[in-house]
Design a protein around this ligand. Structure first.
Ligand code: KIV
Length: 251
């Protein structure tokens, strides 16, 4: 079972909930930095948040997303950038998106260099433009077949797990059964070995985002609004700060 985290306090909460894996996802581009996709996210931004999550979750197994164009240009680039990630953040592993030959080669080179790699197939957000938008992958036989082959290629490259995102449940289950490494699903049905969600989506903080697969396990947006409204009312009404919140001259 896995969730994302991006900062120290939420990382503490997620660690307390005993996740098998915490992902510092490049979804932080959207849910933390306000970009319209994950494409603008930089390696420095990922490292900045990776360090914070490590501080909040010192005992967890952390995986950090390599951002767009930090591993696609060459294996040398991938090695240099993933090496920086491990040295500077203290995470144990990185995640690469897609199953192209270049990505599979990069995964293989990282694994050979001692850097554990998690794969990511199906809807891969860094390729949103190439995939024609946010949509379920693998519905046509040709694309399902490509995903089956890519999953095996990533396992052969040495990946220790693969995220399967937005694909028919039957295909995700079939891929999961064909691999010896675990699959972690998001919008890929119950047949995966594990599940992952973006933390703020799962907590109900991201009000505008409601894809079919998403269950909101909390309603933090309304809880936070209630707390903020109470703060405004009490400060305006003069009931906060009360004597118990106020320092006197003598201790
Ligand atoms: O960036 C992210 O949060 C992810 C998960 C959705 C798997 O890649």
């Amino acid at each position: 079972m896995a969730l994302t985290a991006y900062d120290v306090l939420f990382a503490q909460l997620v660690e307390e909930a005993q996740m098998d894996l915490i992902l510092i996802g490049d979804s932080l581009g959207q849910v933390v930095l306000g970009y319209s996709s994950t494409i603008p996210v930089t390696l420095d931004e990922m490292i900045h948040h990776g360090k914070a999550v490590r501080k909040g979750a010192p005992h967890s197994f952390l995986v950090l997303d390599m951002p767009f164009m930090s591993y696609q240009v060459s294996t040398e680039d991938a090695l240099r950038n993933a090496g920086r990630v491990l040295k500077e953040t203290g995470v144990q592993a990185v995640k690469l998106e897609g199953g192209s030959i270049a990505t599979t080669r990069a995964a293989e080179a990282l694994v050979r260099a001692g850097i554990p790699v998690m794969g990511h197939l199906g809807f891969t957000p860094q390729s949103v433009h190439a995939l024609g938008g946010y949509r379920v992958q693998g519905r046509e036989e040709a694309s399902a077949e490509r995903l089956r082959h890519q999953a095996i290629a990533l396992e052969d490259a040495g990946c220790f797990a693969v995220v399967l995102e937005l694909m028919p449940a039957a295909l995700a289950e079939e891929i999961s059964r064909s691999l010896t490494i675990p699959t972690i699903g998001i919008g890929a049905g119950p047949g995966c070995d594990g599940q992952i969600l973006v933390l703020y989506d799962a907590l109900g903080l991201n009000v505008g985002f409601q894809p079919k697969f998403l269950k909101k396990f909390g309603d933090l947006h309304s809880d936070a609004r209630k707390a903020l409204d109470a703060y405004v009312d009490e400060v305006r009404g003069g009931s906060y700060p009360a004597p118990e919140h106020t320092f006197s001259e003598k201790p």
